[in-house]
Design a protein around this ligand. Structure first.
Ligand SMILES: [Cu+2]
Length: 118
């Protein structure tokens, strides 16, 4: 065995062994949501309890919003043709109907995102 092989091989084995130890403990859930007049697409999502979820939100038309004290989602304004992200960690399993947080027109009262926490 040449000298460099004796050095490289142990380093390679060490990297394989060490990699799982440095991997993140919990995988983060990322979900894309598109708002329009007057719905969220998708209208229903499922997220894990006790783990962070990041929503990546944009609007196709109109200014909309998302906010939920119980789920830990701060008021997030969703602007047309912009992307905004919000990360939250739901504490309790259940089905939460989160209404649009910004008055956006005739369909506003019925505009909601259902978040299933499992
Ligand atoms: Cu609205």
């Amino acid at each position: 065995m040449k000298r460099y092989q004796r050095l490289v091989l142990p380093a390679f084995v060490l990297a394989l062994v060490a990699a799982p130890l440095s991997a993140p403990v919990a995988a983060r859930t990322d979900i894309n949501i598109v708002a329009s007049n007057w719905k969220f697409t998708p209208s229903s999502i499922t997220v894990p309890v006790g783990e962070p979820t990041t929503l990546r939100l944009t609007s196709q038309e109109g200014v909309h919003g998302l906010e939920s004290d119980i789920l830990g989602i701060p008021l997030t304004t969703i602007m047309p043709n912009r992307f905004v992200t919000v990360t939250f960690t739901p504490k309790k399993a259940g089905t939460y109907v989160v209404h649009c947080a910004i008055v956006c027109g005739a369909g506003h009262p019925n505009m909601a995102l259902t978040i299933n926490v499992r």
